[in-house]
Design a protein around this ligand. Structure first.
Ligand code: TYM
Length: 337
């Protein structure tokens, strides 16, 4: 059995990195795997979220998944908090994961920054909840961007320790799927910083809600360098902004970085940026308008998500029952998610 689980947090602005690093790859994997795609609102509240914005963002992420081509009839699209198994399994995994393991997580260090003492306990335990998301479905593959790699290694460590501690082979060790020319899309303002939902500068990212004018403006203003465009990817070393923009082009054009370099070899940024903007508008425009159409009908979206949650429960419940039995909890037979 090959089963995919992946998720996106309903926080801040959904951007081109989320699309190229994750959602687009999900769409391509749908033919070969049984898939669960989740809006992870339990993860979102590890940092403060305004309740009305959280609700709107949750629907927006679901709309983006559907607009990009995720098939919610064939696969399962749902919201994390609507399936109790995530929180329940996360508690058990909190008791499996070691403090030393979590202390090594770079994302916690980045997000907590200098105010570590003031970070929520949830932010610290976040990777255990992520492990629960994946393991509650015995997912075998997890398509994500490069930044989630360390969390997936931790998930494998937790699965392995659970299996070893209880002498079972209950959880498969999930494989990360990190592929394509845009596994780490960088900020348009700084080629050394990741494009992120929370960057204060809106010019740092292309949002999935941006219209054609905004996309063109942001690409025109994107930081570049004075050199000409190189003939091969080796010419992109020490040129992070050029590497990022050419990588985005390659991903949107569905070609390799070699092909993109060949196409623009010796050219200037000014004309390359115009072509990149045209391509981005052509690729993202239809998705953005479909997102708007879906968001205008929240009742429909809510119905799709309720159906998805129901189907997700039927997959997670038996796994949780098995876990309860193995751990030694009573009344496993009466468990209801
Ligand atoms: P999140 O919400 O930060 O991002 C969602 C997905 O987008 C990818 N991504 C990027 N890819 C390329 N370039 C970028 N600049 C970029 N920024 C984000 C992320 O790698 C991710 O695939 N912890 C996860 C959500 C999560 C999850 C899970 C994922 C919770 N449970 C279980 C997989 C399986 C997160 O914060 O993603």
């Amino acid at each position: 059995m090959r089963r995919i689980f992946s998720g996106i947090q309903p926080t801040g602005h959904l951007h081109l990195g989320n699309y190229l690093g994750a959602i687009r790859n999900w769409v391509r994997l749908q033919d070969d795997f049984e898939c669960l795609f989740c809006v992870v609102d339990l993860h979102a509240i590890t940092v403060w979220q305004d309740p009305a914005e959280l609700r709107a963002n949750t629907r927006r992420i679901a709309a983006a998944m559907l607009a990009a081509g995720v098939d919610a009839g064939k696969h399962i699209v749902f919201v994390q908090s609507q399936v109790a198994a995530h929180a329940q399994l996360a508690w058990i995994l909190n008791c499996v994961a070691r403090l030393g393991w979590l202390n090594r997580m770079t994302q916690f260090k980045e997000k907590a920054g200098k105010h570590r003492e003031n970070a929520s306990v949830g932010l610290y335990a976040y990777p255990n909840l992520m492990a629960a998301d994946i393991l509650a479905y015995k997912a075998t593959h997890v398509p994500v961007g490069e930044d989630q790699k360390q969390h997936l290694e931790l998930t494998r460590d937790i699965a392995q320790k659970f299996n070893a501690d209880y002498g079972v082979a209950l959880f498969p060790l999930p494989e990360p799927l990190i592929f394509g020319p845009a596994t780490r899309v960088m900020s348009l303002r700084d080629g050394k910083a990741k494009m992120s939902k929370s960057d204060a500068s809106d010019y740092s990212r292309i949002n999935m809600t941006d219209d054609a004018d905004a996309i063109r403006r942001k690409i025109q203003k994107a930081t570049s360098d004075p050199g000409m465009l190189p003939e091969t990817p080796s010419g992109l070393e020490e040129r992070p902004e050029a590497a990022n923009l050419l990588g985005i082009y390659a991903a949107l054009a569905d070609e390799t970085l070699e092909q993109t370099c060949g196409r623009f070899a010796g050219g200037m940024f000014s004309s390359f940026k115009r072509e990149l903007a045209d391509l981005a508008v052509a690729r993202l425009g239809p998705i953005t308008s479909e997102m708007r159409r879906l968001e205008a009908d929240p009742a429909h979206l809510d119905a799709v998500l309720a159906d998805g949650a129901g189907r997700a429960r039927t997959v997670a419940e038996p796994v949780l029952r098995e876990v309860f039995e193995v751990v030694g909890f009573l009344s496993a037979g009466h468990y209801r998610a």
